[in-house]
Design a protein around this ligand. Structure first.
Ligand SMILES: Nc1ncnc2c1ncn2[C@@H]1O[C@H](COP(=O)(O)OP(=O)(O)O)[C@@H](O)[C@H]1O
Ligand SMILES: [Mg+2]
Length: 454
């Protein structure tokens, strides 16, 4: 098509020279695969990593073994001064099995698995990061901890207990939990301690904790909570909702993995560390803890950058099966802010619609929007393949039509312009051991997919 004498859409694939100019052949990046199947190896450059990457593909396409594992293994090759720390969401322990031993040569290995204490070499308690009540940042930390816990235990989050999007259920438990955390801070409580208080104490006694608290910020919230108490039934509902949200901590195995020294995020920045967080997607009741872990990690890393300085060491979050995990509090916000500070996310999900189940349509869109690069492997859903095809755009092609004009018996060749998708959705779905890379600041390209088999 032409408009104003210019071609409206001239989508095309990247040329090797264009990739070279932006350092996509530089082996300091994460390996993707040979360009076009037989060309030079393509690597995802460090600067592009910081703009976040999403691998999109159905099970078995190679998200774990062709994208995440090679990226993790390549982290060992960084020069010592540039080594990054890694926060790895490894739902089934697959990434640890395939990379843990290798990474241990260059990185301190930390494992937390709330279902398998024998796997853990660190504890994790989200409330351990709240500073003393008379220290700066106390109020913000309590509020953040409350929001992270609530987001993780809200339905839509797998294993959550409440519907998302209902303002009543979103707001009242938040008010009460923030007030409780603020009040309890005077004698710091662990998450399991908080669960015990909620389980053992009457609603009245919990309210008294808030109204009689020695912490000003808690008492300031007491009015809101007291007003809520005027409606006895509503108040009862809110407190039983909160009790339910902490119930999983009644499990002694889980509680055991939260006691002891919690993962130290400042230490992770200080020395190259690989933290594996293992919560099986099948363990629905544990999903909230995974979301809480990420929410807390993001909060702690942001604290370390709050003076406007980038982190002393870059960090990569490697998140497998994002769409099957519980909802992570303010993930889109974290993705957008953290990249300024030397933190990048490499995520994998089966479909965009799984993300929409968790984060809502708008949330899923903004998560995808914060990913500078999308890796689309074969076998996508119709919906995702159509989306990728549309991202690739259409190119103009010239169609020649030959006509024979009868009166003069002359042969007439007619040139017409026509547009066609760079690659149709069908062709994208049919790809096998191939990936289409939709990069930032560069035209798309294709590589072969190489499955790591150990
Ligand atoms: N040890 C192995 N040797 C060879 N192929 C394997 C091995 N383990 C898994 N595969 C194959 O690798 C492919 C990619 O698997 P995987 O990376 O786990 O996909 P995804 O993470 O997208 O679900 C699968 O089709 C699987 O059959
Ligand atoms: Mg996988």
């Amino acid at each position: 098509m032409f408009s104003g004498g210019q071609q409206a859409d001239t989508a095309r694939w990247s040329m090797p020279g264009e990739l070279a100019a932006l350092r996509w052949f530089d082996p300091s990046g994460w390996p993707l695969g040979p360009l076009g199947g037989t060309g030079p190896m393509v690597y995802l450059p460090p600067l592009i990593q910081r703009e976040n990457v999403m691998a999109l593909a159905p099970p078995g396409a190679g998200k774990t073994r062709a994208v995440l594992v090679p990226a993790l293994l390549s982290e060992r090759l960084q020069p010592p001064a540039d080594r990054r720390s890694l926060v790895i969401v490894d739902p089934e322990g697959e990434l640890y099995k395939l990379t843990g031993r290798e990474l241990s040569r260059t990185h301190k290995i930390v494992v937390w698995n709330p279902a398998k204490p024998q796997m853990c070499n660190a504890a994790f308690d989200p409330f351990a990061y709240i500073p003393a009540w008379n220290k700066p940042g106390y109020v913000g930390a309590c509020e953040h901890a409350a929001m992270v816990w609530l987001a993780a235990t809200t339905e839509g989050a797998e294993g959550g207990t409440r519907r998302a999007g209902d303002p009543y259920w979103e707001k009242q438990p938040a008010n009460v939990l923030k007030a409780l955390l603020l009040a309890w801070g005077i004698r710091p409580l662990s998450a399991t301690g908080a669960a015990r208080e909620l389980g053992d104490k009457s609603t009245k006694a919990l309210l008294a904790d808030i109204t009689e608290s020695g912490v000003d910020a808690a008492r300031m919230r007491a009015k809101v909570v007291e007003d809520l108490m005027l409606n006895e039934r509503a108040a009862g509902n809110v407190f039983s909702d909160l009790r339910e949200r902490f119930m999983l901590l009644g499990n002694p195995t889980v509680a055991g993995t939260m006691q002891g020294k919690s993962v130290d995020f400042a230490a992770i920045v200080a020395q190259p560390t690989a933290v594996f967080v293992q919560v099986s997607t099948a363990a629905l009741y544990l999903q909230p803890l995974l979301s809480v872990f990420i929410g807390t990690a993001v909060g702690e890393l942001l604290k370390l950058t709050s003076s406007g300085r980038p982190l002393a060491r870059e960090v990569r979050f490697i998140v497998d099966e994002l769409g099957n995990l519980g909802r992570i509090y303010d993930l889109a916000g974290a993705l957008a802010t953290l990249r300024k500070n030397g933190i990048g996310f490499l995520m994998a999900t089966q479909t965009r619609s799984r993300l929409a189940d968790r984060y809502g349509l708008q949330g899923a869109k903004s998560i995808m929007g914060t990913c500078g690069t999308v890796l689309a492997l074969g076998g996508l859903s119709v919906d995702d393949a159509t989306w990728v095809s549309r991202q690739l755009g259409t190119h103009v092609r010239t169609v020649y039509k030959t006509t024979v004009s009868m009166p003069s018996f002359g042969l007439h060749v007619d040139q017409q312009k026509d547009t066609a998708p760079l690659r149709t959705a069908d062709a994208i779905r049919a790809m096998n051991l191939r990936m289409v890379v939709l990069p930032t600041r560069l035209r798309p390209f294709e590589t072969a997919v190489r499955i790591y088999t150990g």
